[in-house]
Design a protein around this ligand. Structure first.
Ligand code: AMP
Ligand code: SF4
Length: 477
């Protein structure tokens, strides 16, 4: 629960219906269920097979889609569309970087929305520029769309499959050409993507299952790592879902989806996020017990793990912090005094902690600023001891697959020992869950690269070059 700036990754959505539907309104609902995945920009495009209307802007879903925009999106006989909520992992936060992105190409008009990062985007962009491609934005999405458009001899499905073979990293993508909707996941399945069925036989693709439910679609299954799916747009099998396992799957979905990102009611790759968070808390209680009177979650990110910690330790659970749900984003003067007051705008310690030894549970420490302020809040409210327990390991490495875990120099655990972090945040004790603990609590193979530096889908070449230079320098010295 970082207070200064909500920074999440992205959410994607796609819908295809065999007959006209209120597509814009359905996508609008679905985007609300993906708001937590990106709060800097939102957008959608709607088509009836001829027209394609896009509306997007900086802001939250509720701000971007006002009545005028929704009216423009309600085109007659609309039967498909895609949507996006964005946090800018690449490309600065400019209005023209909002998605979906549309281009007029050799494949006709294409619109695309994506979540995640291509680690070789820079190299591919350079190659495309040398072949005369023109770029309007600074984001990765345009690289993929240009790559697809380059294969003029191939069908859209074949060209997309070729692009999947060339792009490396962690990403989930939805694309439309006004006739069909395609959805795909990288071969490691780093970012989630699920398929749902509408009562009229139509299809929905979404980053997380709660979006399906909100749109009246039933969950069918996850898109498999390395799989491309699309809806047959015409002919006798119109409306059937097609699947192409383009790449051999090597599943290592992002552990952070279960630790923090995905909604608590989401089930990803068959594993529920809330139950996984509770198991992480249980493991944490076994690995790092504390002598205390009450277990308090950091709302909302620490709730699941705190429930597990309380359950496994036998210490009672209580909401020792109250979160003001209306505080949202604030633009208060960034002086130290005002910043300290700002914490109180969002969070207040309740009388439940007075005179108590508190176990404070949160999902992660990134820069380390949140925990320090909360420990102080609890002490001010009369807590006699504060033992901080974190339901994931220390974050020591950056994420190259679309989650903003900050640059390495900003990660407190990359430059401080656990004891130094404890002193920094002013806690009586501090402990993190082990990698093994996270792995077992999730119960499947996962990416843990931001904790252990082992990147299952590779690292950007520029990074590897930089590291090689640094090692060379070290050996010369
Ligand atoms: P920090 O103050 O930087 O240590 O932030 C830690 C808090 O940020 C925890 O409460 C986490 O739930 C939350 N958090 C962790 N990762 C992210 C992220 N990528 N974006 C936003 N918040 C995050
Ligand atoms: Fe997720 Fe961390 Fe892997 Fe990034 S590096 S995909 S945040 S587990």
């Amino acid at each position: 629960m970082r207070e200064d700036k909500p920074r999440e990754e992205c959410g994607v959505l796609g819908l295809w219906s065999p007959e006209p539907l209120p597509v814009a309104d359905l996508l609008h609902l679905g985007l609300f269920a993906l708001q937590h995945r990106g709060q800097e920009a939102a957008g959608m495009c709607v088509s009836n097979g001829q027209e394609l209307v896009i509306e997007k802007d900086l802001g939250l879903v509720a701000q971007v889609f006002d009545e005028a925009r929704m009216e423009r999106l309600r085109i007659p006989a609309a039967n498909l569309g895609i949507g996006h909520t964005r946090y800018s992992t690449t490309g600065s936060n400019l209005r023209f970087n909002a998605q979906p992105l549309s281009v007029r190409s050799s494949k006709g008009i294409l619109a695309i929305a994506h979540n995640g990062n291509f680690i070789n985007a820079l190299q591919i962009r350079q190659q495309l520029l040398e072949h005369g491609a023109v770029f309007q934005t600074t984001n990765d999405t345009e690289v993929m769309i240009n790559l697809i458009a380059r294969y003029t001899q191939l069908s859209l499905v074949e060209a997309t499959a070729r692009a999947m073979q060339e792009l490396l990293g962690g990403f989930s993508v939805v694309i439309t050409d006004r006739r069909t909707v395609l959805a795909l996941r990288d071969r490691n399945g780093v970012r989630p993507l699920v398929i749902g069925r509408l009562p009229n036989g139509g299809w929905v693709f979404a980053s997380e299952p709660p979006a399906l439910a909100l749109m009246g679609a039933a969950f069918v299954r996850d898109v498999r790592p390395g799989e491309l799916v699309w809806v047959e747009p015409a002919g006798p099998s119109r409306g059937e879902l097609r699947s192409w396992q383009v790449l051999e799957p090597r599943p290592t979905p992002c552990a952070f989806e279960w630790i923090y990102f995905a909604r608590a009611d989401a089930v990803l790759d068959g594993i529920g996020t809330h139950p996984a968070r509770v198991r992480m808390g249980e493991r944490l209680a076994q690995e790092a017990p504390a002598q205390a009177d009450v277990v308090v979650p950091v709302p909302d990110s620490g709730i699941g793990a705190a429930i597990g910690y309380a359950r496994a330790s036998g210490i009672s659970f209580d909401f020792g912090l109250h979160k003001n749900p209306y505080a949202g984003r604030t633009f208060i003067q960034p002086t130290q005094a005002m910043r300290d007051l700002k914490v109180r705008l969002k969070l207040a310690a309740t009388p439940a902690v007075a005179g108590k030894r508190v176990v404070l549970v949160d999902d992660s420490i990134v820069r380390g600023t949140t925990s320090g302020r909360i420990v102080q809040l609890l002490r001010d409210a009369g807590a006699t001891e504060v033992h901080v327990r974190i339901s994931s390991p220390p974050i020591r490495f950056p994420c190259y697959y679309g989650i903003d875990t900050a640059a390495r120099k900003e990660l407190v655990a990359a430059t401080h020992t656990i004891e130094q972090i404890r002193a920094l945040i002013g806690a009586d004790s501090l402990a993190f869950l082990s990698e093994q603990g996270v792995r077992e609590a999730i119960g499947g193979p996962v990416c843990l690269a931001c904790f252990n530096g082992q990147y299952p889908a590779g690292k950007p070449e520029e990074e590897m070059r930089k590291e090689a230079l640094e090692t060379e320098g070290a050996s010369i010295r």
